[in-house]
Structures are given as C-alpha cells and as structure tokens.
Design a protein around this ligand. Structure first.
Ligand code: ZN
Length: 895
C-alpha cells in the first residue's frame, strides 16, 4: 500500500556502480559481528493477534448484494472451517454489521450471536461443542456501504453524461470485517469465492476472473468470481461500475488497466509499464505470478494512493492514468514507480505475508526498495535513488526523535497497525534493505529472496525467516548485521576528527546517538559500516566497521578534504571537526550530486539537533552554483520552505524572503520558464518547484508571469504546457481575488479529470484572503469537494493559504460532521497531522487535550509524535531564527 504521493527524481548509473562497490567493501567487514535476531521463525500458534486460534477458516463463499442508493449491504456466507480443538464458541471479526443467523453443518446447530463493537468481534455460541475437524458455518448478515475510506464504499464522480456512482473496497489493514464476518488477521489465510449482485451496465472486478454471470432482471445481474489462492483477508477486492479496459497478455497472464467509461486510452502508459514490470518480477523471484490475471484499476478520487489487492490493484485515478494533454510528462515517473511498488507486493505481501503487523516492513520496506531497484533497471536516467533522497531524509528526521520506534515494533491492534504505515516502515526499511543487498551481493541477495519466496509461498513469515533464507544463500551472518538497524530505533552519528602528523592526515571516527530534542536519550550502539572516501572516485573509499571503540584511519595528505559516507549510501549522520568541514566546503563544487546533497542534509540535520548553528548550513548553500542539479536545489528549497513557515508573523520575515528569493531566482532564470523539449531534460520538476516557492516567497516577477500565463491559458488551454499547470495555478491561487477564485472553482467543477480537479481545488484553497479561505473551508462540508480531497483542502488553507487559526477553529467547530463524512482515518489522524502547521507550545498542549485524537491506540501514537514535532519546531524557532537574522544582516552588509 502507498499512502503518500511520491516525487521522483534522478540518479546516475556511474554513481550507482560506485555505490554498489563501496557497499560490498563496507559490509564485508561486518561478517565477524555476532549476535542473532531475538525473534523466532513464524509459527501460527505463537503469532500475535486477538482472535483465538482454535478455529481457522479454509474457504469462504461470500454473496454480497450492495444497494447503491440506500447504501445497505445484504450478505451471506458459507465458510469451511477447521476446528482444531473441541469448542462451542467461535470468535471472529465483525464490525458495524448485524448477524441475523449463524448455523453449522446444514442447520445442525444454531448459534447465539453476541456482537462486541469495541473488540470488533462476533462471538457465536453453539449449544453443543463442535468436534475437531471440518465443519461448514453459514452466516446471514447486513452491513453498511461507506462514503469514506473503509470497507466497501461508493465513489461519485463527474462525467460528460452527468454524475455517476461506482463501488470499490479498501480492506487493509482491518476492514474486511466491515464487509463480511471473517477471521480478519493476516495469519488466517484462506481462499475466497465472491458473488455479487450489481446493475447490468456495470463491469464487476475482483481478485480473480469472472466464473459466471447471470441476468436477474431488467436492471441487475449476479456475477460470480473464481476462488482466489490462499491469502489474507485484507487483500480481498471488489470494484464495480460503468468501467472499460485495455488488456494485453504477458507470460499467459491477462494484464488490464480498468478505468471509468471513456478513459481507457489514458491507461496505455500504465499497461505498458505493468507488462515490463510483471516480466521483470517473474524473472527476479523465479516464481511466476500465480493468478490468471492482473488488473490495475483506476478509482476516481480513490482514498489511498494505491493498494496491492492480489490480482486487482487499485490506484487513485490521477496517479495511474496519463493524458499528455493534461499531465506533466514527468508524471510518468511517478506512475511507473507506483506500479512497480504494487506489483512487487504481489510477491512481497500477497504470496508471502508477514504473520502480524509488527513485521509490516517485510511488505512495505521491500516493496519500496524494489520500486527503486526495478525503476533503476528500466529507466536509469531517472536516477530514482538520488531523487528519492527526500524520503530518506524525512525518515531519518523522524527516527532521530524520542517518539520514533524500531522498524520491527510490537503492534497491539489494527489502529496501531495503521500508524505503522510511516517513513520508518517505508523509507528507513528500504534504505536498510539497500545496504543489506550491498552486503551480501546482488546475486546472493536474489538467491536468498528466491529461496524465501519458494519456502513460504501462500504462507506467513517473520523477519527471522527472511534472515534464515538470506544467510543460507549467502553464507553471511545477515541477522547480526541487520539487528542493530532493524530492532532498535534511532540514527547513529559518526563524528570524524582529522589531525596531521607531518604531511600525513589521520581521521578518528567514533559513534554517538544522533537525536533531535533528546539530550538525555539513552546511549545506543550500532554496527556502522563507515565508508571514508576521497572526493574523486579514482581511489576506492576505505571502510571501517565502527563499533564501541573509536577507529583511526589514514586519510591522505594533510589538509586534503575527507568525505565520509560517499554516495550517501549509509544510514547515519556525519559531524566533522571545523578544519575537515572547511576543507570540504572549499571543495563542494567538486563533489558528486549525491555527496553534495548528503553534506547539505547532514548540515541541516545538525542544526535541527542543536549540534550546529544555522550559519554553518547557509555558508554551505553559498557554495552551490546556480547550475547545480535538481536534488541539490530541492534540499535547499525544503529548508527555505520550512524556515519561511517558522518565520510567519515575525518582522524579520521579509528580509529572510528577500535572501531566499535572491538565492533561488537565478536558478529559475537559468532554467527559464520554457524548455526546448518539454519534460525531456529532467529540469521540469525543479522548474515547477522553483516557480511555486518563488511565488510563495512573493517574487513579483514570478507572480506577474504566472498571472500572465494563466490568463493566456483561459483564452486557449494549449497556451500553457501541462508541465507548468500545477505550479502556475498554485501561484495564481495564492494571490487570488474573488474573481480569480471563482474562476478556479468553476474550472474544478467543470473538469472530469481527477488531476485537474485536484489542481484547481488545491489552488483555490491556497488563496491567502481570509474571506476566500472561509468559503473554501465551508465547501468541505458540502458534497461538492470529493471526500478524498477534503483533508488536503483544509491543510492547504492552513499552510499555503496561511490561515492556520481560521482552519483550526473550523475543524474544531465541525469535527463531528467532518469525522462522520471522512471516516475513521480522519478521526484518528487528521487533527494530529494538521496541527503540525503550528509551532507554538500552546497548540501542542491543545492537541494533548483534544479528546477525539486519543480515542484509539493508533491515534495516540500519531498524536504523541505530532505534539513532539510542534514543541521541537518551537524550540528551533527560538534558537535559530535570531541567528539567521544576524547572518543575513551581515551578509547584506558585505561582512
Ligand atoms: Zn506498499
């Protein structure tokens, strides 16, 4: 599953090669490390979860009759079960539904039914205990179809022929229980045969192909699907609507992109990508994709960006379809990566599944690593690892805080499981997997994964099972190496201090725990493979395994720059002494883009940690030339944006904005607004980002040019290239008056393209005029703004629109109405995420006392993280902004 829209970036083949070589060297040194992962191999009886394991499902035959008008769902199911020890009590999951009857073995016994909505269970008590062995359980039930993100839900979307309604489902991690009673934990794998009644004009899609279709009457039909392979309940999928498809066959598998009527041509790029990727994974895992078909379904305004349901992957329409007339050419990169992620899950997650959510990283860390690996294979020019640096940085930032957790972490219930879908599970884990692949070598790593898939196909695993397969294939102690990064939270800091003995330079390395806002955090130790590189790749970097004791290493001639973590491969921060830092600063322009990004990112992280002051970072920024690459400038833009946000309401903000404009404007001037070959030079994403930030920083020329181009676009849409439309519309939205605001809204209302609707609603929400902001907020209570956009629209009013107080007052006043409309994830997570727009301790306290966010265990975890983030921002503001004021004054005075 992927929750967040990913920005894609570029990396060089040469760099990747250097990196791979370095890692092998770095990690070979680790073979001597002893110690083993504490976790045992998977065992069904020992795996965590709440349901008793005395009864297990074997096969479900489920019949659903959704009513798309009343949103009632009538259902019945026959479940073949295996009773493992005699019991009269069956406990399974059911939530927000009514069970009218439950009988066993053709009515031999009827159960007394007790529902527990808090535990989300149904307890069925039979007069006589069931004997050990096979039985058949028959249940009749009624449930509700949602208008939001959990279970079976309806989607209303505009078309040229008026508004239409379709149905889709999202059951991960624990919402199958809202659609049919079931053993809704990943270790209870079973086969599922679904039958559904839908309107005759609908195409119904599930995990497996249609087995049978029969017409019931003039308006409806009954569609039965073939049974699935053995799988977890969270992977069940049902989508139905006025849909169409384009298809192709790959190695005997029918691959299709399914869209709403009239849009299938926009699925061509996705289909071509899926064909390439399915072949790639068939070969990589050496187990053929086991289902007869693979559908990629575009859901207009889908809730989660994408979800890997076996054989029927769902995507938010705007992230799967590509229309050259409406989307930036670079959107293809995001589409390709997202498809790679979800197809990788067909093995990692679907064929072999983590036993419980504490090992979610086995699904998500691997799919995230695999998306980059597969994309580098097909499109090396996109530089996926380098350009994905932003994600690694945000995971490291989260990991340095007291509210972080280990990749492998206890999970009590499904709300805590939802809170696990974060940067640690996705991006820290992917970075560690990349490091491990380097350690065991690409071929041995693949052999280990093939072994793991073959041994555990259709089953469940723990991390220990993976280590075992990798150790067997590589002969290396993988578990011991990985344990310090997988089983404990936190980021190592490598401190490097140079010294001279005659002409010879030495560097002494030692490790500490890198923390943000945790001066009293308990010390921790890692096995850190530290690479020590010269600036030029002529010599191989030397590597040292840093453990408890400091290490001293020869580092060239005295005064020569010494770079640690060359290529930015390692998962650690680096702090240099003043002399080493100065030598590196002088050589900044000679470094590879990955090394420059690494220096800037570590430099800024040290400021956030209170280990360095802001001028050390800004002095490094002064060394960047306007001709530098995208990822380097994007690191600067992120920092500028963060600081500009903290500057809000300060009298010194205009001086900061003037400094930032002076740094960034020459980069845009060099790129120019137009490019000779649209979206082909890789500068497109940086150009768009520069236009946005310069608009936000109040650059008058950029604001005027954006307005000019928008006016031309209104006269003739072809006048504005798709690659510039998001940025130009955003900038126009910031300064919108009533007339422009109404124009943006009418463009949103008119469009049937998800990409365009998102663009125009977002631009309208960016308006800084408080009267318009109020109107935008009120729109979120109506049916006009799709539920999937409501969170973004409110957040945009607060952030880009700079009306956080107005937006917060609105959220508090309308919390019940919004929560009812938006569903459980809004109740659990929205407010905590939203409140991070503030950097005032009073708001952290207010969040701590805002009762609804503490209703679930997962909600409490996310709220605690958010409170800490707000307090840390307040500290950063108090500590660093005055130092930045002084630095800018001195710079302006020419000191
Ligand atoms: Zn995923």
């Amino acid at each position: 599953m992927t929750r967040h829209f990913r920005q894609l970036h570029r990396t060089s083949e040469r760099l990747a090669l250097v990196v791979a070589t370095m890692l092998v060297i770095a990690l070979t040194a680790l073979t001597a490390v002893s110690g083993a992962a504490a976790e045992p191999a998977f065992s069904f009886d020992a795996t965590p979860g709440k349901l008793p394991k005395t009864v297990v499902p074997i096969h479900y035959a489920i019949e659903l009759k959704p009513n798309l008008e009343t949103l009632a769902l009538a259902g019945s199911e026959v479940v073949d079960i295996e009773v493992r020890e005699p019991t009269a009590r069956l406990v399974l999951n059911a939530e927000n539904m009514t069970l009218s009857s439950a009988t066993i073995d053709d009515g031999a016994q009827s159960a007394r039914i007790a529902l527990d909505n808090d535990a989300e269970t149904a307890t069925l008590t039979f007069p006589q205990p069931l004997t050990v062995g096979r039985h058949q359980l028959r249940i009749a039930f009624t449930a509700r179809i949602a208008k939001s993100d959990s279970g079976l839900y309806v989607v209303d979307y505009p078309t040229d022929k008026g508004n239409k309604r379709m149905i889709s489902s999202h059951l991960a991690p624990g919402d199958a229980r809202r659609v049919f009673p079931c053993w809704d934990e990943p270790a209870f794998k079973a086969t599922f045969a679904l039958t559904v009644t839908v309107p005759r004009s609908f195409l119904a899609v599930s995990n497996m192909p249609v087995a049978r279709e029969e017409t019931l009457n003039a308006t409806s039909k009954r569609v039965s699907f073939l049974p699935t392979p053995k799988m977890s309940s969270y992977l069940v999928q049902l989508t139905a609507g006025e849909l169409e498809q384009i298809s192709a066959e790959v190695d005997g598998v029918a691959v299709s992109v399914i869209t709403t009527a009239g849009k299938r041509a926009q699925g061509r790029f996705a289909l071509d990508s899926a064909i390439e990727l399915l072949r790639y994974f068939n070969d990589y895992f050496a187990i053929r994709y086991p289902l007869p078909k693979l559908d990629l379904i575009a859901v207009p305004h889908g809730y989660v960006t994408a979800m890997e349901h076996w054989g029927a992957i769902t995507f938010r329409e705007s992230l799967l379809l590509f229309d050259p007339a409406a989307s930036a050419g670079t959107a293809r990169r995001n589409i390709f990566v997202l498809i790679a992620h979800e197809i990788a899950h067909q093995w990692f997650g679907n064929l072999v599944t983590m036993g419980w959510w504490n090992n979610l990283w086995l699904n998500e860390g691997f799919a995230t690593w695999m998306e980059a690996k597969a994309t580098e294979h097909f499109h090396p020019q996109w530089q996926t690892w380098l350009n994905g640096n932003e994600h690694k940085q945000s995971a490291m930032s989260q990991d340095a805080r007291g509210t972080s957790r280990a990749i492998q972490h206890p999970v009590a219930d499904e709300t805590e499981a939802s809170a696990m879908f974060d940067g640690i599970t996705y991006y820290k884990a992917a970075a560690i997997v990349r490091m491990l692949e380097g350690y065991v070598g690409e071929d041995a790593f693949r052999a280990g994964l093939r072994r793991y898939m073959a041994e555990h196909a259709y089953g469940n695993t723990t991390t220990a099972d993976l280590w075992r397969a990798l150790e067997a294939a590589s002969g290396k102690p993988v578990a011991a190496v990985a344990a310090t990064f997988i089983e404990q939270a936190g980021v190592p800091l490598v401190v490097g201090e140079t010294s001279c003995a005659g002409a010879e330079q030495r560097i002494v390395l030692r490790q500490e725990r890198f923390t943000i806002g945790g001066p009293d955090a308990a010390p921790r130790r890692w096995q850190v493979p530290v690479a020590v590189g010269p600036l030029h790749a002529l010599q191989a970097p030397e590597t040292a395994l840093l453990q408890d004791e400091p290490k001293q290493i020869a580092a060239g001639r005295c005064g020569e720059p010494v770079k640690l973590n060359p290529g930015d491969i390692g998962y650690y921060r680096v702090q240099y002494d003043a002399a080493a830092r100065a030598a590196l600063g002088r050589s900044f322009a000679l470094m590879s883009p990955a090394d420059r990004v690494n220096m800037l990112a570590d430099g800024w992280a040290l400021v956030e940690a209170g280990r360095a002051s802001s001028p050390t970072y800004f002095e490094l920024v002064e060394e960047i030339g306007s001709d530098d690459g995208r990822t380097v400038w994007e690191q600067v833009i992120r920092t500028v944006k963060r600081l500009d946000h903290l500057q809000r309401n300060r009298p010194e903000r205009p001086a900061f904005q003037a400094y930032a404009r002076a740094k960034l404007r020459p980069v845009l001037d060099r790129l120019t607004w137009d490019e000779p070959r649209p979206d082909a030079d890789g500068a497109g994403p940086l150009r768009a980002r520069l236009i946005r930030i310069l608009g936000e920083l109040g650059d008058e020329d950029v604001l005027a040019e954006a307005r000019r181009r928008f006016a031309a676009f209104l006269r003739d849409p072809a006048a504005l290239r798709p690659g510039l439309r998001d940025a130009v519309t955003h900038v126009v939205g910031l300064g919108a008056d009533r007339r422009t605001y109404n124009t943006l809204l009418s463009l949103a209302r008119k469009s049937t393209h998800s990409v365009e609707r998102e663009r125009y609603y977002s631009a309208a929400a960016s308006a800084r005029d408080p009267v318009l902001a109020r109107d935008t907020l009120n729109l979120t209570l109506t049916d006009e703004v799709p539920s999937t956009l409501v969170d973004d629209v409110i957040n945009t009013v607060a952030s880009a629109g700079e009306q956080p107080d107005l937006a917060w007052a609105f959220v508090k006043r309308n919390f019940s109405a919004l929560a009812a409309k938006q569903g459980s994830s809004f109740r659990d997570y929205f407010v905590s995420n939203f409140m991070q727009v503030f950097s005032d301790p009073a708001r952290a306290a207010e969040l701590a006392s805002f009762a609804p966010v503490h209703a679930t265990a997962g909600g409490r975890i996310v709220a605690a993280r958010a409170e800490q983030a707000i307090r840390l921002d307040a500290e950063l503001k108090a500590r660093e902004l005055p130092a930045i004021d002084i630095w800018i004054k001195r710079r302006n005075a020419g000191d």
